[in-house]
Design a protein around this ligand. Structure first.
Ligand code: SF4
Ligand code: SF4
Length: 390
């Protein structure tokens, strides 16, 4: 064991119990450490004070419309996948005051609108698909001409400890979306949990100078070839055992040319327009704005709240909703996620986390819907039409 300085781009190994020192080091540097915790029968993201807060030995069982936690085979610290929460709730809170104002004798005066969020978050246990979701939200909130100042402030101070997925879930399809099960970028530190002969250790990839600085002082050892080979094996096994697959070949054009496919009617017969899929999705970002006043009429506030394209009000424009039926709303969501997002942001809006499948009360599965449309493509691709006429 050594506490020699480490460098960005390097890889070291930590013995299992030393991981607690990382949480301590983050707390000592005034980070609010957030990570997976067992709460009310689900694994959610909450404040961590030590390694004992992690759901050690727990796993989860996921299928369309179903989520159960269960005891895992061993005492793995990260033997489960993503639950109902995503990290967006910390960077982009569900409810946020945008401004407030007070009326006095001379008119309306804008009051200070202090952001009460802690300035430094450390996300501990971010899955590779979730890192991709963060990168997508960065494009949305930071990439365009209008930057979200609250998101920017939280994002700039963020420390990211990723955890590669060694046991994919029943609804995971990150391998199809090239977002997992191994993190390749966007982390300060990335861990792979290794368990052999009852002994737990972590392979640690150092992504940034901040990650290297955080690790310095924590006893570690050089990563051996055997550590690296074991990590490669478990991650390759995870990639081969995804619960679901999504064929992304030509997916954008497939959806664009099938606006009138009868599958939209079939899915609308089951869809409740409950909006669960959008609220659990780590990339969905739609909001609405609400104004309120107090009973005296002297104090006014404007709040931003998460909203969903599944609500009728979301597309209401002077006199009616543009998307008045479940058919149009589901089609809008799925075509936006898997097709229009590519035109808008240069990347798919789906990272393959599977949350929308798990938390849909009627078990609607985005991969199955895309596959049904592919199987009975209603309109041939222009290229195919061209080939046929040759
Ligand atoms: S669309 Fe579904 S699977 Fe894709 S990122 Fe959103 S919640 Fe995850
Ligand atoms: S697809 Fe499922 S989760 Fe989404 S709105 Fe419809 S019923 Fe709700």
């Amino acid at each position: 064991m050594t506490t020699e300085p480490v460098h960005a781009g390097g890889t070291v190994a930590l013995e299992g119990e030393q991981l607690d020192r990382l949480i301590t080091a983050l707390s000592e540097r005034k980070f609010e450490v957030l990570g997976p915790k067992l709460h009310d029968g689900a694994i959610v993201y909450d404040r961590l004070s030590s390694l004992n807060d992690l759901p050690s030995g727990w796993s989860d069982e996921q299928s369309p419309g179903k989520y159960r936690i269960k005891r895992g085979k061993g005492d793995a610290l990260f033997g489960y996948v993503v639950g109902p929460h995503s990290w967006k709730k910390f960077l982009y809170p569900p409810v946020q005051r945008m401004w407030q104002a007070e009326r006095n004798g001379k008119g309306l005066h804008i009051l200070p609108n202090h952001d009460s969020a802690p300035s430094k978050f450390a996300f501990f246990g971010v899955r590779p698909c979730e890192l991709s979701a963060l990168a997508i939200q960065d494009k949305i909130f930071l990439g365009g001409p209008y930057v979200d100042p609250g998101y920017k402030a939280r994002r700039e101070n963020l420390f990211l400890v990723a955890v590669n997925c060694t046991q994919p879930g029943g609804n995971c399809f990150c391998a199809s979306m090239n977002t997992g099960p191994k993190a390749v970028a966007g982390f300060d530190l990335a861990l792979t949990e290794l368990s052999q002969d009852g002994h737990r250790s972590f392979l640690v990839e150092i992504g940034t100078a901040a990650g290297a600085a955080m690790l310095s002082g924590i006893p570690h050892r050089p990563a051996t070839d055997a550590d690296k080979q074991l990590a490669e094996r478990v991650l390759a096994h995870a990639a081969r055992h995804m619960g679901r697959k999504l064929d992304t070949r030509d997916l954008k054009d497939l959806l664009y040319r099938n606006y009138e496919h009868p599958q939209w009617d079939k899915v609308a017969e089951r869809c409740l327009s409950c909006a669960n899929c959008t609220l659990v999705c780590p990339t969905c970002f739609c909001t609405t704005v609400e104004d309120s006043t107090d009973i005296t009429g002297n104090h006014a506030e404007r709040w931003r709240r998460w909203d969903s394209c599944f609500t009728v009000d979301f597309s209401y424009i002077h006199g009616g909703s543009v998307r008045a039926t479940p058919r149009s709303r589901y089609r809008q969501w799925m075509v936006h996620k898997l097709a229009a997002w590519l035109d808008q942001f240069g990347v798919s809006g789906c990272v393959g986390c599977g949350r929308c499948i798990t938390w849909c009360p009627v078990g609607i599965d985005i991969t199955a819907e895309a596959s049904a449309i592919r199987q009975s493509d209603q309109a041939k691709a222009p290229a195919e039409q061209g080939r046929e006429s040759e």
